[in-house]
Each structure stands twice: as structure tokens, then as C-alpha cells.
Design a protein around this ligand. Structure first.
Ligand code: UDP
Length: 493
């Protein structure tokens, strides 16, 4: 099903974007597509109906601005065939994590539609999420370069590579015993309980992980939503170990300059942006802690109650995001009443960028999804790290040990994907209160941490401006793809 497509000029580069249907992957890739489009490149985003409805307003606004050639192609998502409920087209709308395998199968079933599209439009390059491995086969079939997007930082990619290559966990006596990860630019220690693979073991996703790795073989380069200056050794190290070109082009979130773009990014916010801004305006600088665990977290009600009571006991002002369908019990409703004025609870989707960019926000309790970490870094906000699963423990390690701009909540093991609610309350209210009070208090060490966070935000923000590293990398990426196009044209393809 084709949406509007502008006529294609032979000299213009045409890039297809295949974002994976999960907010943490889709959101940055859309920003990336919009940024590439502002450089005169024809861009086409390949998506599905429900996902398009989440970002259509952006595309409409970009098109109305008149100077971008940004297009959308919509594929029919095979929910029925894969055994998923209707309109369940994004990982965050699965009624149960145990359906993750069916979701991945549905994504794999999109291949024939993707193939037809590429055959018809013959783009000059594909930028694909790692989780859509069949784009590698299509790229090979039509002899076009495939660039992969992993959605995380180079530090985490390097740790993952070293752990898989050297297997340093072998011979460690228990899951909580730290071991050194060899072959990295720094001395990095992790534990077996922090390794990403174990969180998904129960879901039969191994067959897909194998395909992701296979697809990397037929991949021309890597595009990362990261900033060279915040992890130069790891960008270089990743280049060396992958043997691929890598372009760090972040933080892509900074392309959202207007309040309306920040408020609607990723989904329609469940709070009126002006109300949210007015609430923040009424607070002192650095006095509010923002608490969000990303788009996929499914805490047990008992854990939410402990978080709420901990926030209440901390006496700090806070904005707390609770995902739709969670935290509906009386204990949290009563708490909301008690902390009225000091605590704002957002149920559903929060305008995260707008919040993190506000001067009143002085701390972020986060699950350490890479987007959230990078958004906090660019706003100069120190963090309380509470990783849950996936590579979030590695990202937390980066925040605490490499950048030194946060405190850990103290979890030493992740939650099993799909079994989060059974885990109960692993972190008690007293710990929540103590760590929040520590970060939001005025101790000398926290002042230094704030200064460090502020210093780090400067290169992160300037990377995207003219003369900055990410700005330049976008140019280099486009030049590279144009040169490949010219080669193909010269060969008469
Ligand atoms: N996000 C948001 N509002 C929410 C929850 C998430 O805007 O209520 C955005 C957040 O700014 C980030 C993305 O969704 O860009 C989540 O990605 P991340 O890598 O932090 O975590 P994930 O959701 O993938 O675990």
C-alpha cells in the first residue's frame, strides 16, 4: 500500500528506512530519517498502519515546511497469521511478553512485501534496524548497501562483542561475582547476572538472534545514535572489531526543537504539554526528579507502590511516569492525592524530551534504555540507574563507571522478559527514598556530578550543530552513499 511518493530525480540519493516496531528503535530512526531528508536526500520510511499513526503528525509538519522529500510506505502487518491480536503492531502493545516470538515471526513475514517495494523503487541504500535481518538479503539481491542501526551505544556493542568472543564468564563461581571483560579500552567489570542473553532465554528468540548476526555479514556499515566525543575509544574499538564503517550521528533527538515536536515524539503525550510546562515552571531549577522506565517496563504493582512510597518519603518534587494498564490500585491513587503539588504522575506516554530539557529537572531515575541515557546526557541531567534487562546493565555501567554521572539504585540482577510482574518488589521504598534524596540533595559530590553532567552535555549538543562531529558524519554518510550510487550508475546498473 503506497502513501504519497514524490517523483524521483536520478541524481538525488534515495534511502529506505526500515525501523523496528518498538518505541526505543522506531523513535530514533524516524529522527534520523527526518535529519537525512533535510539534506536533500529522498527518504522513504517503511512501516505499518498503527505505527504510522504514531508519527504521521511529524511527517505532515515536515512536509508542510516544504523543503523535505520524505515519504512513507505502509506494509500490511500480518497480525492474524502470526497469532497476534489485531492492531498489535508494536512491541509495546503486546498483551503479553510471551507473544514476543510471534511478534518476531510477524516481522519476518514482512519480507515479501519489503522485497516488492525495493524491487519497484530501487532505492540507493537501506538503513535497517538490526531486528529486521531480511533487509540484508534484499540488499544483496538488488546490490544496494545496507546500513544497520543497533539502537545502543558503542560501549555496549563492544562489551557484548568481548563477552561473546572471550567468554570471561566461564569459570566464575556464581552469577553475582564480577569478572573483567577482556579486550576493551578500559577495565570493565560485569557479572553474569547482568548479561543480556539471559533475560530472553525463556522466549525461544534464539533463532532470530542468529539471523541478526548472519545479517551483519552482509552489512556495509553501522549508524549509531551516539556522540563521538562521549565514547571515542569505544567508537574506534568498535570500528576495529567490526571491520565496518561507522557513523555516529547523535543525539538525533536534538532535531526536535519545537515544543510540539518534543511533546509528540514517539506517541501522543497523555498530559497537555502546556500543563506539564506550567507545572515545571513553578519549580526551582534542579529541584525535580523525573522517573521513567521507558516504553516496555512492566513492573509488579507491589514494586510501583514501593517506588511511590519512596518518592513520597524523599520529600522531593517529582514527575513519575506509569505505563498504561499499571499502577491502578488504590495505594497509588491515595499517594497521588497526598503528594499533590509536589508530585505529578503521568499515566501513559510522557513528553520525555520536553521534561528532560526543562531547567527544573535535576535528576532522572531511568532503566537505562540507550535513548533515555543519551537524552539525559544531552540535557546535562545526572541519573539514578535502575537497569531492568537487555543491554541496560552495560549502559548503566557506562553512566556510572565511565561518565561518573549517577548513582545506582542497587539492583544486581535483571528481570526476565515476560516475568517482570512475578518478580515482585525487588527495591524497597527506603532504598528509593535514600538514593533520590542523595541525588537531589546538595552535597559537594553531587555538585561535582552536576558540573560533570553539564560539561558532558556541551559536546553532546554541539555535535549536531554545523561543524560538530555528528553533523559532519551525516555529511560523510551521504557522500559515501552517493559515491556508491555513482559507481553503480557507471557500471550501468
Ligand atoms: N519515551 C517517551 N515517553 C514515554 C516513554 C518513553 O517519550 O513515556 C521515549 C524516550 O524519550 C525514548 C524512548 O521513548 O526516546 C524509549 O527508548 P529507551 O531506549 O530509553 O528505552 P526502551 O523504551 O527502548 O526500553
Amino acid at each position: 500500500m503506497a502513501e504519497k511518493t514524490a517523483p524521483h530525480n536520478q541524481q538525488q540519493l534515495h534511502v529506505f528506512f526500515f525501523p523496528f516496531m518498538s518505541p526505543g528503535h522506531q523513535i530514533p530512526m524516524l529522527d534520523m530519517a527526518r535529519l537525512v531528508a533535510t539534506r536533500g536526500v529522498k527518504t522513504t520510511i517503511v512501516t505499518t498502519p498503527c505505527n504510522f499513526s504514531r508519527f504521521q503528525s511529524f511527517i505532515d509538519r515536515d512536509r508542510q515546511s516544504g523543503n523535505v522529500d520524505i515519504n512513507v510506505h505502509i506494509l500490511k502487518f500480518p497480525s492474524d497469521t502470526a497469532g497476534l491480536p489485531q492492531n498489535c503492531e508494536n512491541l509495546d502493545s503486546l498483551p503479553s511478553r510471551l507473544l514476543s516470538n510471534s511478534f518476531s515471526r510477524a516481522v519476518m513475514m514482512l519480507q515479501p512485501q519489503g522485497d516488492d517495494l525495493v524491487c519497484q523503487y530501487r532505492p540507493d541504500a537501506i538503513i535497517s534496524d538490526l531486528n529486521i535481518p531480511w533487509t540484508a538479503q534484499i540488499a544483496k539481491k538488488y546490490d544496494i548497501p545496507r546500513i544497520v542501526f543497533h539502537g545502543t551505544c558503542c560501549f555496549s556493542l563492544c562489551v557484548t562483542d568481548s563477552v561473546s568472543k572471550y567468554k570471561p564468564y566461564e569459570g566464575v563461581s556464581n552469577d553475582w561475582m564480577p569478572f573483567l571483560v577482556p579486550g576493551l579500552p578500559d577495565r570493565v567489570h560485569i557479572t553474569t547476572s547482568e548479561m543480556p542473553g539471559r533475560f530472553f532465554r525463556n522466549l525461544g528468540l534464539q533463532e532470530f538472534f542468529i539471523q541478526f548476526v548472519e545479517a551483519e555479514r552482509n552489512t556495509y556499515g553501522v549508524v549509531a545514535n551516539s556522540v563521538y566525543e562521549i565514547e571515542p575509544e569505544y567508537v574506534e574499538h568498535y570500528k576495529k572489531i567490526s571491520g565496518k564503517k561507522i557513523w555516529t550521528v547523535g543525539p538525533v533527538s536534538l532535531c526536535n526543537e519545537k515544543d510540539v515536536d518534543m511533546a509528540e515524539r514517539g506517541n501522543k503525550a497523555s498530559i497537555d504539554k502546556d500543563h506539564c510546562l506550567a507545572w515545571l515552571d513553578s519549580k526551582e531549577p534542579n529541584s525535580v526528579i523525573y522517573i521513567s522506565f521507558g516504553s516496555l517496563c512492566a513492573f509488579a504493582e507491589s514494586q510501583l507502590v514501593e517506588i511511590g512510597l519512596g518518592l513520597e518519603a524523599s520529600n522531593c518534587s517529582f514527575i513519575w511516569v506509569i505505563k498504561d494498564g499499571f499502577g491502578d490500585g488504590l495505594a497509588i491513587q491515595d499517594l497521588e492525592e497526598r503528594v499533590k503539588g509536589r508530585g505529578l504522575v503521568i499515566r501513559g506516554w510522557a513528553p520525555q524530551l520536553l521534561i528532560l530539557n526543562h531547567l527544573a529537572v535535576g535528576g532522572f531515575m531511568t532503566h537505562c534504555g540507550w535513548n533515555s541515557v543519551l537524552e539525559a546526557l544531552s540535557s546535562g541531567v545526572p541519573m539514578i540507574t535502575w537497569p531492568l534487562f537487555g543491554e541496560q546493565f552495560y549502559n548503566a555501567n557506562f553512566v556510572l563507571k565511565q561518565l561518573k554521572i549517577g548513582f545506582g539504585i542497587g539492583v544486581d540482577t535483571g528481570l526476565k522478559w515476560g516475568e517482570e510482574e512475578q518478580a515482585g518488589a525487588l527495591v524497597k521504598r527506603s532504598r528509593v527514598a535514600a538514593v533520590v534524596s542523595r541525588l537531589m540533595g546538595g552535597s559537594e559530590s553531587v555538585k561535582e556530578m552536576r558540573e560533570r553532567a553539564n560539561r558532558i552535555s556541551k559536546p553532546a549538543r554541539s555535535a549536531m550543530s554545523e561543524g560538530g562531529s555528528s553533523h559532519g558524519n551525516f555529511d560523510l554518510l551521504i557522500e559515501d552513499l552517493l559515491a556508491l550510487k555513482q559507481e553503480r550508475l557507471a557500471k550501468g546498473e
